[in-house]
Ligand binder design. Structure first.
Ligand SMILES: NC(=O)CC[C@H](N)C(=O)O
Length: 196
């Protein structure tokens, strides 16, 4: 099975690659569009800022490519956010795969620190990504923006208020949390994606 990780100006490409290696998977980290089109599965990682990253993707034709792909694709963190219609982070128009907004967290109480950095459990998991997942298992988040619960929501968590921890539509899967930084639980989620 050919697994490709999209190489662009994101920050967590190599931690994703290392997590895949721990699963015994040798992924190709590439910006080569033919290699990405030919992959069985594609991972779209991301740590960074939406506006800058969208400019980079458009300048390199990666926006069109990602929207053309029909094999399973997993967006992670910023990757998930860029798959939405628009982000308040830099007022960025994004890929529009998920017809929803990305909004900035607004602290309601002093203890509601932003960015949200921590371990949360998930509810309402309704995707093959979460096969074998139990309600008391934790995954790791680090983000200042969130995707409201919407028709593509595939898991929910609660920090300041409920929000989408994962999205799914057709061949597009996405997690706001970092499976590559979520220990054995995250490894299982990555394995579930690879087994789709
Ligand atoms: N880790 C990240 O890059 C998070 C994505 C985005 N910058 C956010 O703060 O929500």
């Amino acid at each position: 099975m050919k697994i490709a990780v999209i190489k662009y100006n994101a920050g967590n490409i190599y931690s994703v690659d290392y997590a895949l290696k721990r699963l015994g998977v040798e992924a190709v980290i590439t910006a080569d569009k033919d290699v990405l089109r030919a992959a069985d599965k594609v991972i779209f990682p991301g740590v960074g800022e939406a506006e800058t990253t969208m400019k980079f993707l458009r300048a390199n034709g990666m926006d069109t490519l990602i929207k053309e792909l029909r094999q399973p694709l997993l967006g992670i963190c910023l990757g998930m956010q860029l798959m939405c219609r628009h982000s308040e982070e830099g007022d960025a128009d994004c890929l529009g795969i998920f017809d929803t907004e990305v909004k900035r967290f607004v602290s309601q109480k002093h203890e509601d620190k932003v960015p949200h950095m921590g371990w949360n459990t998930l509810t309402e998991t309704n995707s093959a990504l979460f096969k074998g997942f139990t309600k008391d298992e934790f995954v790791y988040f680090v983000h200042s923006f969130y995707v409201p619960v919407n028709e593509c929501t595939a898991a929910v968590t609660d920090y300041i208020h409920p929000f989408s921890a994962a999205l799914h539509k057709d061949n597009y899967y996405a997690t706001q949390f970092h499976p590559e930084k979520s220990g054995s639980v995250g490894e299982r989620i990555l394995r579930n994606f690879l087994e789709l």
